[in-house]
Design a protein around this ligand. Sequence first.
Ligand code: IPE
Ligand code: IPE
Ligand code: MG
Length: 247
Amino acid sequence: MASKDASDAARPLGPRAEHVAIIMDGNGRWATSRGWPRLVGHRRGAERVREIVQACPGLGIRWLTIYAFSTENWKRSTEEVIGLMTLFGRYIESEAERLSAQGVRLRFIGGRARLEPRLRELMAAIEARTAGNTLLNLTVAINYGGRDELARAAARLAGDVAAGRLALEDAGEAALAARLDTADLPDPDLVIRTSGETRTSNFLPWQAAYAEYEFTPTLWPDFTRDELAAIVARFTGRERRFGGAKA
Ligand code: IPE
Ligand code: IPE
Ligand code: MG
């Protein structure tokens, strides 16, 4: 491993993408274009997650947040929804050992009430098991929708005010952010969406207010660590202003 000084010297100037969020889209098209069921695409997509997770620490990424299932994805066929939920459970079971050994801390965001009790148990168990890990913070969004998350946070905020735990004048940005599912996460620096769609589909609307975006036509099952490395390298050339004037 390179010494700290050497790696600092090799690092280009400019912003670093420490928190990358990915809208993993295109699994269905990847499969149907080959005449295969959509679930085959989802399975291949899960394999890409494994490779991308492994690549993150070497690219300076400390936080990776991935969109696996949205609050709108319940509109899909029962077969696809059940297939995806089964896949999430299997992913957690098969990756628990590897993620723990790699030093990955796994968390989930999204509403849990609608998920099967068995899946919720698996999620809680792996969160507890990896809670002490610090190399990479992997957050998987399941039954996640930004509007749903904001509505839940607003309800908590209102409840705290009504119960006298929070003064109304303190009910500002920080108080709301502290009640989001992402309360323990920094805001994403870079949001990547695969599959060529140029929309955000209800992903992290609050947190990504100042994120940089990259849209790639690559379908998620074809997304590689090399493409991630190229996108992250491009990010360092961007100028982030956060509303300030050009230096
Ligand atoms: C993304 O791939 C995975 C999920 C939304 C669960 P899609 O299933 O949306 O794939 P396309 O967009 O139909 O190709
Ligand atoms: C966004 O993809 C959700 C996930 C990647 C989990 P979708 O395929 O559901 O988004 P739309 O329907 O194209 O906006
Ligand atoms: Mg899609």
